[in-house]
Write a protein that binds this ligand. Structure first.
Ligand SMILES: [Mg+2]
Length: 270
């Protein structure tokens, strides 16, 4: 199958955000037109982000602020995947100690979880994302709860967040402290795990064959596609360069310079 034939038939786009639609505070110039093309041609899409700190509405608001059409229901966060994971467990436990921010708390509460804020018995889960108010006390509580039998869930394992200040500690760096203290590995929700992609496919009601993961990062976006057995497109507008591809564990199905090039291939114009 040549590249145009599968892509022209792809109905559902699972889109990364940073490096794909915007870079920090700047929109990638062809991103708004790309989203309008998806809508006008009847394609489905979701914004699939590893950001656990923001709510769906906050992510959508940020996109709209950059000129990219977005509603809350277009957004999938790892906090939602964590909440869904908890509700699917057969034991029914929903008492959760959170190491995280508003996006994570909101998603867990929406799923009917009961949030506890100190060490107590009967806590079913420790759910951890990025937490810019992380303290020794939280590390201690999380570690004791996990050692006492609570299941440890991490929203994502990103070690660092690229910012104008440089690389700042991400959820994976906080997770490293909890893993070390509790001697327990978390169940991880976000990219590159398949769970996040599976959840997005479920929300859209499409098959693996009908979808594509689009992103700028070989180790998160493209590897998530490989793990979930969904085709992927690496766009070279963000983190990875063309010379990184041969060295990567996960190979994208297609590589494009821009979203416009991707759209043209899907339209059979290239
Ligand atoms: Mg990215």
């Amino acid at each position: 199958m040549n590249e145009a034939s599968w892509l022209s038939q792809t109905r559902a786009y699972l889109l990364d955000l940073d490096g794909t639609l915007f870079r920090g505070k700047e929109v990638i110039p062809d991103a708004p037109a790309f989203i309008e093309w998806l809508t006008s041609t009847g394609r489905q899409y979701l914004y699939v982000t590893n950001n656990s700190s923001r709510t769906q509405e906050q992510v959508a608001e940020h996109l709209r602020h950059l000129g990219i059409p977005a509603e809350a229901e277009h957004v999938v966060t790892p906090s939602m995947v964590a909440a869904n994971y908890i509700t699917e467990q057969p034991n029914g436990g929903r008492r959760v100690f959170v190491v995280g921010e508003e996006g994570l708390r909101t998603a867990l509460l929406a799923a009917g979880c009961e949030l506890v804020d100190r060490f107590e018995s009967g806590v079913d889960y420790v759910v951890q994302g990025i937490d810019r108010g992380f303290t020794y006390e939280k590390l201690k509580t999380a570690s004791l709860l996990i050692q006492g039998g609570a299941t440890y869930i991490a929203t994502n394992a990103d070690k660092a967040l690229p910012t104008e200040e440089g690389l700042l500690p991400g959820a994976g760096s906080i997770g490293a402290a909890i893993r070390t203290a509790s001697r327990t590995e978390p169940v991880v929700m976000g990219k590159p795990e398949a769970r996040m992609i599976d959840y997005a496919l479920h929300l859209l009601g499409v098959t693996r064959e009908q979808a594509v993961v689009v992103g700028d990062n070989l180790e998160t976006d493209i590897l998530a596609g490989v793990h979930a057995d969904v085709r992927s497109v690496l766009v070279l507008t963000g983190f990875n360069r063309r010379e990184d591809i041969p060295l990567a564990v996960a190979q994208p199905t297609l590589v494009t310079e821009t979203l416009t090039e991707l759209m043209q291939i899907a339209n059979g114009q290239r």
